[in-house]
Design a protein around this ligand. Structure first.
Ligand SMILES: [Zn+2]
Ligand SMILES: [Zn+2]
Length: 353
């Protein structure tokens, strides 16, 4: 079928193009896209050769022969794709699927893609291709969205929201009443703040250089915040606030922030991060004190298990991630990308219908 998708030209501008989309194969699903969020990974991969967009929500149109559990009309959220058959997948660590890089690259296991432009193959980043009017996804990418929220607000759950919340709830697993700090409160960091509130952390410290983001963090459950643009010694400020943190989460990948996280972390403290290129190598003494670091890709989330959990919390009003969304019509994708890159909005979501 013919679809409309936003592809980048040589100078990085998105243009609306008419693409061909194959029928779903046995294990695939044709989805009419309702909305798609813009994630930091899209910005990082900007200028490449992918069809971007991997925070898709939409409606099932048609299912492949071997697809069970979905039917036309179902509301779905797409997350990362996993094979379901490798050792990691069988061990419920789908986020460590041995084919994850193939899927990241937009390829089926046989190397093909359902998208093409004038006969030339187009690869959808993470096998989603959300910046389009329709997409064909692997069934394992999809979770049914039983939620009272409108479909377009659900788009970012499959990547940014799940990653931030999962890093806290699946990796750090904080004890109630203990201090937790989030370094960098974009959409992923704010989702971590929301999760920390669900877990009952106290205090919840939000750290960022953009005052508007810190204000949203306070609105969503942070109990105090640190503006890095106005604070000389972040670690000392944290210690003054609460004597040090038991849990830290970094989204920045910034060497300076990670160093401050390291210095502020208490004995037996747990820290993790998803910022590109950033981690902490604790010294022997620190390891001896029980300090640990993890890099939980996708927040160690199994989408079909974790997304319903988050939506149930959202439904009760305990996880209002929709407050960080700013909607744009699909044809304003260049503006939305620009605003995301410049930090003018927290979570831009493109609306296709
Ligand atoms: Zn993402
Ligand atoms: Zn697998």
């Amino acid at each position: 079928m013919k679809i409309i998708a936003a592809l980048e030209n040589n100078s990085g501008k998105f243009l609306m193009e008419e693409l061909d989309l194959e029928d779903p194969k046995d294990d695939e699903v044709l989805v009419k896209v309702a909305a798609c969020g813009i994630c930091h990974t899209d910005i990082a991969m900007h200028g490449g050769h992918y069809l971007l967009g991997h925070e898709t929500s939409g409606t099932v149109v048609k299912t492949g022969k071997k697809v069970r559990g979905f039917k036309p009309g179902d509301r779905v959220i797409a997350a990362y794709t996993y094979c379901g058959g490798c050792n990691a997948c069988k061990g419920n660590r789908t986020y460590q699927c041995s084919h994850i890089y193939c899927f990241f690259d937009g390829k089926r296991l046989d190397g093909s893609t359902p998208f093409s432009l004038n006969g030339k193959q187009i690869f959808p980043l993470m096998r989603q291709g959300g910046f389009s009017t329709f997409t064909v996804c692997h069934k394992n990418a999809l979770t049914k969205a039983a939620s009272s929220l409108d479909l377009k607000s659900l788009a970012p759950v499959g990547c940014g929201v799940m990653t931030g919340a999962g890093s806290v709830m699946n990796c750090l697993k904080p004890t109630k009443g203990k201090p937790l700090a989030v370094f960098g409160v974009g959409a992923v960091g704010l989702s971590a703040v929301l999760a920390a509130r669900v877990c009952g952390c106290d205090p919840i410290i939000a750290i960022d250089k953009i005052p508007a983001r810190l204000n949203v963090a306070l609105e969503l459950g942070a109990t105090c915040c640190i503006n890095t643009g106005e604070t000389e010694n972040i670690a000392a400020t944290i210690k003054n606030m609460c004597g040090g943190i038991d849990y830290g989460f970094d989204t920045s990948g910034s060497h300076t922030l990670l160093e401050n996280l390291r210095l502020a972390l208490n004995k037996d403290g747990k820290a993790c991060g998803v910022g590109i290129g950033g981690n902490i190598n604790f010294c022997r003494k620190e390891r001896g004190e029980g300090k640990t670091w993890e890099s939980p890709d996708t927040g160690w989330s199994m989408p079909q298990k974790f997304i319903p959990q988050l939506l149930a919390l959202q439904e009760k009003g305990n996880f209002p991630f929709e407050k960080m969304i700013h909607f744009y019509p699909f044809d304003q994708i260049n503006q939305a990308f620009n605003d995301a890159e410049n930090g003018r909005v927290i979570k831009p979501v493109l609306v296709m219908e």
